[in-house]
Design a protein around this ligand. Structure first.
Ligand code: HEM
Ligand code: HEM
Length: 258
């Protein structure tokens, strides 16, 4: 506790914490499979788009680009299966895994979007106190999953174009006009990669921020599955947060003024 940031909420001093099993193993497994495969896909993909390493001699002697493609395509299979499994788990998993956490569904979650952004921008001191994904994080992840699907769609379209005429993958040629042609599909495939990495920077920053100011083991939870949360947050999720929002709405004061 001594290493905690100044101003952190010391839940442990205040109330009994409840151990909640939030992320089941499929959520954790797909999270880390996605993270690792995105890294592999990006390194091999950037090399395919910009082959900065050149080997002299016959291509068949070193197979450099061949390896990049092979690794990219195997990682693409892992990534695609992992993303599709997680989407399936949104309908099969526990309530924290549900698709409902990804959309600002219902009045309460919708109204909490703005104030949650206010919290991340240091306009509010009370953390959202929602055990699963908070409304803003959930919505951001929905966009991230759309980006994943865009990568799978454009990737399949580009792959289909050069696949053998008798390959079953050839069917994905249907997707080429959806993305405005092969060259546009390639451009989207490249650009979305950078958008995913932009998300990554924000994502890791937010994870560190949350584990500093709201010591509920958020960071650890993506490894262990467990969060340790105040009882109020389980009984009435976000009640503390909404109370602060209501108080500040009357006379908007910064957290410093109390
Ligand atoms: C490219 C890499 C990464 C991507 C695309 C990514 C994406 C995501 C997504 C989509 C979720 C929602 C999980 C779900 O409901 O299935 C999530 C949750 C989470 N991720 Fe990552 N992640 C990445 C790397 C990391 C890393 C390196 C860390 C740790 C430093 C991390 C920490 C977390 C935590 C703590 C959660 C749960 C937080 C919450 O309740 O919102 N992620 N991530
Ligand atoms: C997050 C996931 C992915 C990332 C970050 C990624 C990244 C990249 C990048 C940067 C390129 C080079 C584009 C260029 O020419 O400038 C590329 C090429 C390609 N990617 Fe991906 N990719 C991903 C997923 C996929 C998936 C799921 C497939 C499905 C088959 C796929 C198939 C391809 C194909 C066929 C190419 C073209 C290879 C060639 O030039 O022959 N990618 N990828």
């Amino acid at each position: 506790m001594s290493s905690m940031a100044a101003g952190a909420i010391r839940y442990a001093d205040q109330e009994p914490l409840v151990n909640v099993y939030v992320w089941e193993w499929p959520v954790r497994l797909t999270h880390w499979l996605n993270a690792i495969s995105i890294w592999v896909l990006s390194v091999t993909g950037v090399y395919m788009g910009f082959p900065f390493l050149l080997a002299t001699g016959e291509a068949s002697q070193h197979f450099l680009m061949g390896w990049a493609k092979l690794i990219h395509f195997y990682a693409a299979i892992v990534f695609t299966l992992s993303v599709l499994s997680r989407i399936l788990w949104m309908f099969r998993g526990n309530r924290f895994a549900s698709w409902r956490y990804f959309l600002p569904w219902g009045k309460v979650r919708w109204k909490a979007m703005g104030p949650t952004l206010g919290y991340y921008l240091f306009r509010l001191r009370t953390p959202p106190g929602i055990v699963g994904h908070n409304p803003l994080a959930g919505f951001t992840y929905a966009i991230v999953f759309l980006m994943f699907l865009a990568q799978i769609g454009t990737g399949m379209a580009i792959y289909a174009a050069s696949a053998s005429y008798d390959s079953p993958v050839k069917v994905f040629e249907l997707l080429i006009p959806v993305f405005g042609g092969l060259q546009d599909a390639r451009w989207i495939h490249h650009m979305v990669m950078w958008l995913i990495w932009a998300f990554f920077v924000q994502h890791v920053y937010s994870a560190i921020l949350m584990s500093q100011v709201e010591p509920t083991a958020t960071m650890e939870s993506i490894f262990s599955g467990h969060k340790f949360v105040p009882k109020d947050d389980v009984v009435e999720p976000g009640s503390r947060f909404y109370a602060e929002v209501a108080k500040r709405r009357k006379t908007w004061r910064s957290p410093k003024e109390g």
